[in-house]
Design a protein around this ligand. Structure first.
Ligand code: AMP
Length: 195
């Protein structure tokens, strides 16, 4: 199974990705977690991208694409992936599709976690993860989401493998809703294996 989770910062992508990974034996790949780890480890990628992450801006596409290639291919070999935080722009989606298509590892379902701004801000302030969770940076990250990622949702709109769930509910309910919707997709049977 190969899944994408799309949602604003604070929508619950990480939480839901973890639950889906556990339920369907997938590898959870979070572009944000990987990038933060690079910053923490002060790798050459980390040094290049720190300013973007701290400001809540998107990191250049080439960095993210190069960083994800290996983990995605490895995940496919070990049962599938749930990608959290990538793609975030139409350009990323188009480039990723080309690479994935060539390798036969295209995404099979995209889940949009929908949460209103007031709730996102409340959650992000409560989370206070670090440099990118200050009030000012949160506002900027939501702006970047509107500008860059909403067009991605519009680009995917109408594709039968993409669906939206109400992400304001407790995590367990959101999870069950996602599983239910996945099972209704033609590409999956009830055990979650691909046909
Ligand atoms: P996240 O934890 O997914 O909200 O990501 C944290 C930060 O990492 C973002 O604010 C961006 O700076 C960067 N980032 C994560 N994923 C991507 C991506 N797909 N493209 C560009 N930048 C990203």
């Amino acid at each position: 199974m190969r899944l994408l989770l799309i949602g604003a910062p604070g929508a619950g992508k990480g939480t839901q990705a973890e639950r889906l990974a556990e339920r369907f034996h997938l590898t959870h790949i979070s572009s944000g977690d990987l990038l933060r780890q690079h910053v923490k480890d002060q790798t050459s990628i980390g040094q290049t991208i720190k300013a973007y992450v701290d400001a809540g801006d998107l990191v250049p596409d080439s960095v993210v694409m190069d960083m994800l290639r290996k983990p995605v291919v490895a995940a496919v070999e070990s049962g599938g992936y749930v990608l959290d935080g990538f793609p975030r722009t139409v350009d990323q989606a188009k480039s990723a599709f080309e690479v994935a298509h060539a390798l036969g590892v295209e995404v099979q379902a995209a889940v949009h976690l929908d949460v209103p701004d007031e709730e996102l801000i409340r959650r992000l302030l409560a989370r206070g993860r670090g440099s990118d969770d200050s009030e000012e940076v949160i506002a900027h990250r939501l702006e970047v989401y509107r500008e860059k990622t909403i067009p991605l949702l519009e680009y995917y709109a109408g594709r039968e493998w993409m669906f939206t769930v109400d992400g304001t509910r407790p995590p367990g309910q959101v999870h069950e809703d996602i599983v239910d919707r996945l099972q209704k997709l033609a590409a999956f049977d009830t055990s979650g294996e691909t046909r």
